[in-house]
Design a protein around this ligand. Structure first.
Ligand code: NDP
Length: 446
Protein backbone atom coordinates (compact mmCIF):
# COMPACT_ATOMS: atom_id res chain seq x y z
CA UNK A 1 0.00 0.00 0.00
CA UNK A 2 1.21 3.48 -0.83
CA UNK A 3 2.21 5.40 2.26
CA UNK A 4 2.40 9.11 2.87
CA UNK A 5 6.22 9.23 2.90
CA UNK A 6 6.46 7.64 -0.56
CA UNK A 7 3.99 10.11 -2.04
CA UNK A 8 5.70 13.11 -0.45
CA UNK A 9 9.18 11.86 -1.44
CA UNK A 10 7.93 11.47 -5.02
CA UNK A 11 6.61 15.03 -5.04
CA UNK A 12 9.85 16.43 -3.66
CA UNK A 13 11.97 14.37 -6.06
CA UNK A 14 10.08 15.65 -9.09
CA UNK A 15 9.37 19.23 -8.02
CA UNK A 16 11.93 20.43 -5.50
CA UNK A 17 10.63 22.42 -2.56
CA UNK A 18 6.87 23.06 -2.68
CA UNK A 19 5.86 23.36 0.98
CA UNK A 20 2.23 24.41 0.53
CA UNK A 21 1.60 21.67 -2.04
CA UNK A 22 3.24 19.04 0.18
CA UNK A 23 1.12 20.25 3.12
CA UNK A 24 -2.11 19.96 1.10
CA UNK A 25 -1.26 16.49 -0.23
CA UNK A 26 -0.21 15.26 3.22
CA UNK A 27 -3.47 16.49 4.69
CA UNK A 28 -5.52 14.48 2.18
CA UNK A 29 -3.37 11.34 2.26
CA UNK A 30 -3.44 11.30 6.08
CA UNK A 31 -7.24 11.19 5.94
CA UNK A 32 -7.40 8.19 3.64
CA UNK A 33 -5.97 5.48 5.92
CA UNK A 34 -9.36 4.11 6.99
CA UNK A 35 -10.66 4.06 3.42
CA UNK A 36 -7.57 2.41 1.89
CA UNK A 37 -7.67 -0.28 4.58
CA UNK A 38 -11.26 -1.13 3.60
CA UNK A 39 -10.96 -0.56 -0.14
CA UNK A 40 -7.42 -1.57 -1.21
CA UNK A 41 -8.33 -1.14 -4.91
CA UNK A 42 -7.93 2.61 -4.35
CA UNK A 43 -4.24 2.07 -3.61
CA UNK A 44 -3.71 0.17 -6.89
CA UNK A 45 -2.88 1.43 -10.36
CA UNK A 46 -0.68 4.22 -9.07
CA UNK A 47 -3.94 6.09 -8.48
CA UNK A 48 -2.56 8.38 -5.78
CA UNK A 49 0.64 9.03 -7.73
CA UNK A 50 -1.47 10.03 -10.72
CA UNK A 51 -3.72 12.24 -8.60
CA UNK A 52 -0.83 14.30 -7.24
CA UNK A 53 0.60 14.91 -10.72
CA UNK A 54 -1.29 17.69 -12.54
CA UNK A 55 -2.58 16.77 -15.98
CA UNK A 56 -1.05 19.98 -17.33
CA UNK A 57 0.94 22.90 -15.85
CA UNK A 58 1.18 26.18 -17.72
CA UNK A 59 3.58 28.99 -16.78
CA UNK A 60 3.96 32.11 -18.82
CA UNK A 61 5.43 35.61 -19.02
CA UNK A 62 3.00 38.50 -18.52
CA UNK A 63 4.55 41.75 -19.76
CA UNK A 64 2.53 44.96 -19.41
CA UNK A 65 3.08 48.72 -19.33
CA UNK A 66 2.42 50.71 -16.13
CA UNK A 67 1.07 54.27 -15.93
CA UNK A 68 4.61 55.68 -15.97
CA UNK A 69 5.27 53.96 -19.30
CA UNK A 70 7.60 51.36 -17.75
CA UNK A 71 7.42 47.72 -18.79
CA UNK A 72 6.61 45.37 -15.92
CA UNK A 73 7.04 41.60 -16.01
CA UNK A 74 5.03 39.11 -13.95
CA UNK A 75 4.61 35.37 -14.11
CA UNK A 76 1.29 33.71 -14.93
CA UNK A 77 0.18 30.20 -13.96
CA UNK A 78 -2.63 27.82 -14.78
CA UNK A 79 -2.59 24.34 -13.30
CA UNK A 80 -5.03 22.00 -15.03
CA UNK A 81 -4.99 19.40 -12.33
CA UNK A 82 -7.73 16.86 -12.88
CA UNK A 83 -10.53 16.58 -15.46
CA UNK A 84 -12.04 13.25 -14.38
CA UNK A 85 -15.32 14.88 -13.31
CA UNK A 86 -15.61 17.79 -15.76
CA UNK A 87 -13.77 20.77 -17.23
CA UNK A 88 -10.96 22.12 -15.05
CA UNK A 89 -12.52 24.66 -12.68
CA UNK A 90 -10.95 26.95 -10.12
CA UNK A 91 -10.06 30.56 -9.47
CA UNK A 92 -7.25 32.90 -10.42
CA UNK A 93 -5.28 34.52 -7.59
CA UNK A 94 -3.36 37.78 -8.07
CA UNK A 95 -1.05 38.26 -5.07
CA UNK A 96 2.72 38.71 -4.67
CA UNK A 97 2.92 35.41 -2.72
CA UNK A 98 1.69 33.36 -5.70
CA UNK A 99 4.19 30.75 -6.88
CA UNK A 100 4.01 27.23 -8.30
CA UNK A 101 3.67 25.62 -4.87
CA UNK A 102 0.74 27.87 -3.90
CA UNK A 103 -1.09 27.37 -7.20
CA UNK A 104 -0.57 23.59 -7.04
CA UNK A 105 -1.85 23.35 -3.46
CA UNK A 106 -4.93 25.33 -4.43
CA UNK A 107 -5.47 23.22 -7.55
CA UNK A 108 -5.11 19.99 -5.58
CA UNK A 109 -7.65 21.09 -2.95
CA UNK A 110 -9.97 22.18 -5.73
CA UNK A 111 -10.22 18.64 -7.17
CA UNK A 112 -11.85 17.25 -4.04
CA UNK A 113 -13.86 20.36 -3.25
CA UNK A 114 -15.38 20.35 -6.71
CA UNK A 115 -16.16 16.65 -6.40
CA UNK A 116 -17.98 17.33 -3.12
CA UNK A 117 -20.29 19.85 -4.78
CA UNK A 118 -21.80 17.06 -6.89
CA UNK A 119 -21.45 19.28 -9.98
CA UNK A 120 -19.62 18.26 -13.18
CA UNK A 121 -16.39 20.15 -12.57
CA UNK A 122 -12.77 19.04 -12.51
CA UNK A 123 -10.01 20.80 -10.57
CA UNK A 124 -7.70 23.63 -11.61
CA UNK A 125 -6.25 26.89 -10.33
CA UNK A 126 -4.16 29.76 -11.61
CA UNK A 127 -2.94 33.23 -11.00
CA UNK A 128 0.02 35.54 -10.95
CA UNK A 129 2.45 37.24 -8.60
CA UNK A 130 0.94 40.56 -9.76
CA UNK A 131 -0.25 42.74 -6.85
CA UNK A 132 -3.40 44.76 -7.65
CA UNK A 133 -3.02 46.82 -4.42
CA UNK A 134 -2.15 50.41 -5.25
CA UNK A 135 -2.49 49.92 -9.02
CA UNK A 136 -4.75 52.17 -11.07
CA UNK A 137 -7.77 50.72 -12.88
CA UNK A 138 -5.91 51.24 -16.16
CA UNK A 139 -2.90 49.27 -14.88
CA UNK A 140 -5.12 46.44 -13.66
CA UNK A 141 -6.83 46.42 -17.07
CA UNK A 142 -3.56 46.29 -18.99
CA UNK A 143 -2.28 43.51 -16.75
CA UNK A 144 -5.50 41.47 -17.17
CA UNK A 145 -5.38 41.94 -20.94
CA UNK A 146 -1.77 40.77 -21.09
CA UNK A 147 -2.56 37.80 -18.82
CA UNK A 148 -5.53 36.72 -20.94
CA UNK A 149 -3.59 37.14 -24.19
CA UNK A 150 -1.69 33.98 -23.22
CA UNK A 151 -4.33 32.25 -21.04
CA UNK A 152 -7.05 32.32 -23.72
CA UNK A 153 -5.48 29.49 -25.73
CA UNK A 154 -5.78 27.10 -22.77
CA UNK A 155 -9.33 27.76 -21.54
CA UNK A 156 -12.89 27.27 -22.80
CA UNK A 157 -16.40 26.57 -21.50
CA UNK A 158 -15.84 22.81 -21.91
CA UNK A 159 -12.08 22.84 -21.25
CA UNK A 160 -11.10 25.04 -18.33
CA UNK A 161 -13.23 27.68 -16.62
CA UNK A 162 -11.36 30.14 -14.34
CA UNK A 163 -13.00 32.41 -11.75
CA UNK A 164 -11.90 34.86 -9.03
CA UNK A 165 -9.89 34.35 -5.86
CA UNK A 166 -7.66 36.65 -3.80
CA UNK A 167 -7.09 39.87 -5.77
CA UNK A 168 -9.46 38.84 -8.56
CA UNK A 169 -13.00 40.18 -8.17
CA UNK A 170 -15.66 41.57 -10.48
CA UNK A 171 -13.39 44.28 -11.96
CA UNK A 172 -10.66 41.81 -12.93
CA UNK A 173 -13.11 39.21 -14.30
CA UNK A 174 -14.59 41.98 -16.47
CA UNK A 175 -11.22 42.92 -17.99
CA UNK A 176 -10.25 39.25 -18.43
CA UNK A 177 -13.55 38.40 -20.12
CA UNK A 178 -13.39 41.44 -22.40
CA UNK A 179 -9.97 40.45 -23.65
CA UNK A 180 -11.03 36.81 -24.14
CA UNK A 181 -14.05 37.90 -26.16
CA UNK A 182 -11.95 40.24 -28.27
CA UNK A 183 -9.43 37.50 -29.11
CA UNK A 184 -11.83 34.64 -29.89
CA UNK A 185 -14.58 36.81 -31.40
CA UNK A 186 -17.32 34.88 -29.60
CA UNK A 187 -19.58 35.72 -26.65
CA UNK A 188 -18.60 32.50 -24.90
CA UNK A 189 -19.95 33.40 -21.45
CA UNK A 190 -19.25 29.97 -19.94
CA UNK A 191 -15.48 30.46 -20.17
CA UNK A 192 -15.25 32.46 -16.91
CA UNK A 193 -17.46 32.67 -13.84
CA UNK A 194 -18.05 35.59 -11.51
CA UNK A 195 -19.15 37.75 -14.43
CA UNK A 196 -21.32 40.88 -14.19
CA UNK A 197 -25.04 40.25 -13.93
CA UNK A 198 -25.90 41.77 -17.32
CA UNK A 199 -23.34 39.76 -19.27
CA UNK A 200 -23.69 36.18 -18.08
CA UNK A 201 -23.11 36.39 -14.34
CA UNK A 202 -25.28 34.61 -11.79
CA UNK A 203 -27.21 36.23 -9.01
CA UNK A 204 -25.84 35.12 -5.60
CA UNK A 205 -22.40 34.18 -6.99
CA UNK A 206 -20.81 37.17 -5.23
CA UNK A 207 -22.33 36.10 -1.92
CA UNK A 208 -21.97 32.35 -2.43
CA UNK A 209 -18.69 31.45 -0.72
CA UNK A 210 -19.39 33.43 2.45
CA UNK A 211 -23.06 32.46 2.57
CA UNK A 212 -22.23 28.80 1.91
CA UNK A 213 -19.62 28.83 4.67
CA UNK A 214 -22.15 30.05 7.21
CA UNK A 215 -24.78 27.59 5.95
CA UNK A 216 -22.24 24.81 6.54
CA UNK A 217 -21.48 26.09 10.06
CA UNK A 218 -25.24 26.28 10.69
CA UNK A 219 -25.55 22.59 9.74
CA UNK A 220 -22.63 21.60 12.00
CA UNK A 221 -24.24 23.33 14.95
CA UNK A 222 -27.68 21.95 14.09
CA UNK A 223 -26.25 18.42 14.16
CA UNK A 224 -25.37 19.16 17.80
CA UNK A 225 -28.76 20.69 18.56
CA UNK A 226 -27.29 24.20 18.53
CA UNK A 227 -27.55 27.29 16.29
CA UNK A 228 -25.73 30.48 15.36
CA UNK A 229 -28.29 32.62 17.12
CA UNK A 230 -26.58 34.66 19.83
CA UNK A 231 -23.08 33.37 18.98
CA UNK A 232 -20.00 35.62 18.96
CA UNK A 233 -18.07 35.12 15.72
CA UNK A 234 -14.50 36.06 14.73
CA UNK A 235 -13.85 36.46 11.01
CA UNK A 236 -10.47 37.15 9.40
CA UNK A 237 -10.06 38.94 6.09
CA UNK A 238 -12.29 41.65 4.70
CA UNK A 239 -12.61 40.52 1.11
CA UNK A 240 -15.31 38.71 -0.79
CA UNK A 241 -15.56 35.66 1.46
CA UNK A 242 -15.29 37.56 4.75
CA UNK A 243 -17.87 40.23 3.88
CA UNK A 244 -20.62 37.80 2.88
CA UNK A 245 -19.83 35.37 5.70
CA UNK A 246 -20.31 38.30 8.10
CA UNK A 247 -23.57 39.30 6.40
CA UNK A 248 -25.06 35.79 6.59
CA UNK A 249 -23.83 35.12 10.13
CA UNK A 250 -25.47 38.32 11.38
CA UNK A 251 -28.66 37.48 9.45
CA UNK A 252 -28.76 34.23 11.44
CA UNK A 253 -28.52 36.07 14.74
CA UNK A 254 -24.77 35.98 15.42
CA UNK A 255 -22.59 38.99 16.24
CA UNK A 256 -19.44 39.24 14.13
CA UNK A 257 -16.85 41.00 16.28
CA UNK A 258 -13.77 41.00 14.02
CA UNK A 259 -12.60 41.45 10.45
CA UNK A 260 -9.02 42.04 9.30
CA UNK A 261 -6.59 42.56 6.45
CA UNK A 262 -2.85 42.06 6.07
CA UNK A 263 -2.18 45.29 8.02
CA UNK A 264 -4.36 44.71 11.09
CA UNK A 265 -7.67 43.73 12.63
CA UNK A 266 -10.82 45.50 13.75
CA UNK A 267 -12.52 44.43 16.97
CA UNK A 268 -16.00 45.68 17.70
CA UNK A 269 -18.16 44.08 20.41
CA UNK A 270 -21.19 45.83 18.92
CA UNK A 271 -20.80 43.84 15.69
CA UNK A 272 -19.41 44.66 12.26
CA UNK A 273 -21.40 47.12 10.14
CA UNK A 274 -21.42 45.06 6.94
CA UNK A 275 -22.92 47.78 4.73
CA UNK A 276 -20.16 50.21 5.71
CA UNK A 277 -17.52 47.50 5.27
CA UNK A 278 -18.84 46.80 1.76
CA UNK A 279 -18.72 50.50 0.92
CA UNK A 280 -15.13 50.90 2.17
CA UNK A 281 -13.80 47.66 0.66
CA UNK A 282 -15.80 47.09 -2.51
CA UNK A 283 -16.48 50.65 -3.64
CA UNK A 284 -13.61 52.71 -2.23
CA UNK A 285 -11.02 49.88 -2.19
CA UNK A 286 -9.97 51.02 1.29
CA UNK A 287 -8.57 49.13 4.29
CA UNK A 288 -10.13 47.95 7.56
CA UNK A 289 -8.34 50.89 9.20
CA UNK A 290 -10.47 53.24 7.07
CA UNK A 291 -13.57 51.30 8.11
CA UNK A 292 -12.72 51.60 11.83
CA UNK A 293 -11.91 55.30 11.55
CA UNK A 294 -15.13 56.00 9.66
CA UNK A 295 -17.30 54.03 12.09
CA UNK A 296 -15.74 55.19 15.35
CA UNK A 297 -17.81 54.16 18.39
CA UNK A 298 -16.72 50.88 19.90
CA UNK A 299 -14.69 49.78 16.84
CA UNK A 300 -11.03 49.36 17.77
CA UNK A 301 -8.26 49.02 15.18
CA UNK A 302 -5.43 46.70 16.24
CA UNK A 303 -2.45 47.39 14.02
CA UNK A 304 -0.50 44.33 12.89
CA UNK A 305 -2.81 42.00 14.84
CA UNK A 306 -4.54 38.86 13.70
CA UNK A 307 -8.15 38.64 14.87
CA UNK A 308 -7.92 35.45 16.92
CA UNK A 309 -6.85 37.02 20.19
CA UNK A 310 -9.31 39.90 20.07
CA UNK A 311 -12.09 38.37 22.10
CA UNK A 312 -13.57 35.20 23.53
CA UNK A 313 -15.57 33.88 20.61
CA UNK A 314 -17.84 30.90 20.02
CA UNK A 315 -17.13 30.54 16.31
CA UNK A 316 -14.03 31.33 14.21
CA UNK A 317 -14.24 31.66 10.43
CA UNK A 318 -10.79 32.24 8.88
CA UNK A 319 -11.49 33.88 5.50
CA UNK A 320 -8.15 35.45 4.44
CA UNK A 321 -5.35 33.12 3.32
CA UNK A 322 -3.38 29.91 3.88
CA UNK A 323 -1.71 29.19 7.24
CA UNK A 324 -3.20 32.27 8.89
CA UNK A 325 -4.25 30.43 12.05
CA UNK A 326 -1.52 28.45 13.81
CA UNK A 327 -1.31 26.29 16.92
CA UNK A 328 -0.79 29.28 19.23
CA UNK A 329 -3.82 31.07 17.74
CA UNK A 330 -5.85 27.90 18.22
CA UNK A 331 -4.74 27.68 21.86
CA UNK A 332 -6.01 31.25 22.36
CA UNK A 333 -9.32 30.42 20.71
CA UNK A 334 -9.73 27.25 22.77
CA UNK A 335 -8.96 29.15 25.95
CA UNK A 336 -11.69 31.62 24.98
CA UNK A 337 -14.19 28.79 24.63
CA UNK A 338 -14.43 28.45 20.85
CA UNK A 339 -16.87 25.70 19.79
CA UNK A 340 -16.52 25.68 16.01
CA UNK A 341 -13.90 26.60 13.42
CA UNK A 342 -14.88 26.45 9.73
CA UNK A 343 -12.49 27.40 6.94
CA UNK A 344 -13.67 30.08 4.51
CA UNK A 345 -10.16 30.46 3.11
CA UNK A 346 -8.21 27.59 1.57
CA UNK A 347 -5.95 25.83 4.11
CA UNK A 348 -6.02 28.70 6.65
CA UNK A 349 -5.24 26.36 9.56
CA UNK A 350 -1.83 24.79 9.92
CA UNK A 351 -1.92 21.02 10.42
CA UNK A 352 -0.91 21.58 14.07
CA UNK A 353 -3.85 23.96 14.58
CA UNK A 354 -6.24 21.37 13.12
CA UNK A 355 -4.87 18.68 15.43
CA UNK A 356 -5.19 21.00 18.44
CA UNK A 357 -8.79 21.85 17.55
CA UNK A 358 -9.77 18.22 17.18
CA UNK A 359 -7.98 17.20 20.39
CA UNK A 360 -9.94 19.86 22.29
CA UNK A 361 -13.26 18.68 20.85
CA UNK A 362 -13.77 21.82 18.75
CA UNK A 363 -15.93 21.22 15.68
CA UNK A 364 -13.65 21.72 12.67
CA UNK A 365 -14.65 21.95 8.99
CA UNK A 366 -12.01 21.98 6.23
CA UNK A 367 -12.27 24.54 3.44
CA UNK A 368 -12.83 21.96 0.75
CA UNK A 369 -16.23 21.31 2.34
CA UNK A 370 -17.05 24.59 4.07
CA UNK A 371 -16.07 27.02 1.29
CA UNK A 372 -17.30 24.89 -1.61
CA UNK A 373 -20.37 27.11 -2.05
CA UNK A 374 -18.43 29.52 -4.24
CA UNK A 375 -17.38 27.02 -6.85
CA UNK A 376 -20.72 25.21 -6.61
CA UNK A 377 -22.44 28.46 -7.55
CA UNK A 378 -19.90 28.99 -10.32
CA UNK A 379 -21.11 25.66 -11.70
CA UNK A 380 -24.67 27.00 -11.44
CA UNK A 381 -23.49 30.05 -13.42
CA UNK A 382 -22.05 27.69 -16.08
CA UNK A 383 -25.37 25.84 -16.21
CA UNK A 384 -27.27 29.11 -16.74
CA UNK A 385 -24.80 30.16 -19.45
CA UNK A 386 -25.12 26.82 -21.24
CA UNK A 387 -28.91 27.16 -21.27
CA UNK A 388 -29.00 30.95 -21.93
CA UNK A 389 -31.00 31.11 -18.69
CA UNK A 390 -31.18 33.49 -15.76
CA UNK A 391 -32.32 32.24 -12.39
CA UNK A 392 -33.58 34.42 -9.53
CA UNK A 393 -31.48 35.17 -6.44
CA UNK A 394 -33.80 32.98 -4.36
CA UNK A 395 -33.50 30.06 -6.77
CA UNK A 396 -29.69 30.17 -6.78
CA UNK A 397 -29.47 30.67 -3.03
CA UNK A 398 -31.89 27.78 -2.50
CA UNK A 399 -29.75 25.48 -4.66
CA UNK A 400 -26.63 26.65 -2.80
CA UNK A 401 -28.27 25.91 0.53
CA UNK A 402 -29.19 22.40 -0.59
CA UNK A 403 -25.65 21.78 -1.91
CA UNK A 404 -24.14 22.85 1.44
CA UNK A 405 -26.55 20.57 3.31
CA UNK A 406 -25.62 17.71 0.98
CA UNK A 407 -21.87 18.28 1.44
CA UNK A 408 -22.43 18.36 5.19
CA UNK A 409 -24.29 15.06 5.25
CA UNK A 410 -21.97 13.39 2.71
CA UNK A 411 -18.98 14.35 4.87
CA UNK A 412 -20.55 12.94 8.03
CA UNK A 413 -21.64 9.75 6.28
CA UNK A 414 -18.19 9.15 4.77
CA UNK A 415 -16.55 9.78 8.15
CA UNK A 416 -18.86 7.22 9.75
CA UNK A 417 -18.16 4.67 7.01
CA UNK A 418 -14.40 4.73 7.64
CA UNK A 419 -14.63 4.66 11.42
CA UNK A 420 -14.05 8.36 12.12
CA UNK A 421 -17.51 9.52 13.27
CA UNK A 422 -17.96 13.28 13.43
CA UNK A 423 -14.62 13.99 11.74
CA UNK A 424 -15.45 16.44 8.93
CA UNK A 425 -11.84 16.52 7.74
CA UNK A 426 -11.67 12.77 7.16
CA UNK A 427 -15.23 12.68 5.83
CA UNK A 428 -14.75 15.48 3.28
CA UNK A 429 -11.48 14.04 2.02
CA UNK A 430 -12.89 10.52 1.75
CA UNK A 431 -16.16 11.57 0.07
CA UNK A 432 -14.35 13.79 -2.46
CA UNK A 433 -11.62 11.24 -3.10
CA UNK A 434 -14.05 8.38 -3.82
CA UNK A 435 -15.82 10.35 -6.58
CA UNK A 436 -12.58 11.33 -8.28
CA UNK A 437 -10.98 7.91 -7.82
CA UNK A 438 -13.99 6.04 -9.23
CA UNK A 439 -14.07 8.30 -12.29
CA UNK A 440 -10.34 7.91 -12.87
CA UNK A 441 -10.52 4.12 -12.55
CA UNK A 442 -13.50 4.01 -14.96
CA UNK A 443 -11.72 6.18 -17.52
CA UNK A 444 -8.56 4.06 -17.75
CA UNK A 445 -4.89 4.83 -17.20
CA UNK A 446 -4.04 8.34 -18.28
P1 NDP B 1 -10.16 38.88 -1.49
O1 NDP B 1 -9.00 39.30 -2.30
O2 NDP B 1 -11.50 39.41 -1.77
O3 NDP B 1 -9.85 39.15 0.05
C1 NDP B 1 -8.73 38.59 0.68
C2 NDP B 1 -8.69 39.10 2.10
O4 NDP B 1 -7.69 38.37 2.81
C3 NDP B 1 -8.28 40.57 2.18
O5 NDP B 1 -8.87 41.16 3.31
C4 NDP B 1 -6.76 40.46 2.34
O6 NDP B 1 -6.16 41.58 2.97
C5 NDP B 1 -6.65 39.24 3.23
N1 NDP B 1 -5.34 38.62 3.02
C6 NDP B 1 -4.85 38.15 1.86
N2 NDP B 1 -3.60 37.69 2.03
C7 NDP B 1 -3.32 37.90 3.33
C8 NDP B 1 -2.19 37.63 4.13
N3 NDP B 1 -1.09 37.06 3.61
N4 NDP B 1 -2.25 37.97 5.45
C9 NDP B 1 -3.36 38.55 5.99
N5 NDP B 1 -4.46 38.82 5.27
C10 NDP B 1 -4.43 38.50 3.97
O7 NDP B 1 -10.16 37.26 -1.56
P2 NDP B 1 -11.34 36.26 -1.25
O8 NDP B 1 -12.17 36.76 -0.15
O9 NDP B 1 -11.97 35.89 -2.54
O10 NDP B 1 -10.54 34.96 -0.79
C11 NDP B 1 -10.18 34.74 0.59
C12 NDP B 1 -9.86 33.27 0.79
O11 NDP B 1 -11.00 32.48 0.44
C13 NDP B 1 -8.71 32.71 -0.06
O12 NDP B 1 -8.02 31.72 0.67
C14 NDP B 1 -9.43 32.07 -1.22
O13 NDP B 1 -8.66 31.05 -1.84
C15 NDP B 1 -10.64 31.49 -0.51
N6 NDP B 1 -11.78 31.19 -1.35
C16 NDP B 1 -12.37 32.17 -2.11
C17 NDP B 1 -13.47 31.87 -2.89
C18 NDP B 1 -14.20 32.91 -3.65
O14 NDP B 1 -15.25 32.58 -4.22
N7 NDP B 1 -13.75 34.15 -3.70
C19 NDP B 1 -13.97 30.49 -2.98
C20 NDP B 1 -13.36 29.56 -2.07
C21 NDP B 1 -12.29 29.91 -1.32
P3 NDP B 1 -5.22 42.57 2.11
O15 NDP B 1 -6.16 43.36 1.26
O16 NDP B 1 -4.49 43.38 3.12
O17 NDP B 1 -4.29 41.69 1.29
Amino acid sequence: MIIREEIIAGIERRNGSQPEFVQAVGEVVDSLGGLLAKRPEYADGALLERMVEPERQIMFRVAWVDDAGQVQVNRGYRIEFNSALGPYKGGLRFHPSVNLSVVKFLGFEQIFKNALTGQMIGGGKGGSDFDPHGKSDAEVMRFCQAFMTELHRHIGALTDVPAGDIGVGGREIGYLYGQYKRIVNRFEAGVLTGKGLDWGGSLARTEATGYGLVMFAREMLAAKGDSLDGKKVAISGSGNVAIYAAQKAQALGATVVTVSDSAGAVYDPAGIDVELLKQVKEVERGRVLDYAQRLGGSAQYLEGARPWGAADVDVALPCATQNELDEADMATLIQGGVKLVAEGANMPLTNEAIDAAKAAGVLYAPGKAANAGGVATSALEMAQNAGFAKWSFEEVEGKLDQIMRDIHSASLEAADAVGAPGDYQVGANVAGFIKVADAMLAQGVM
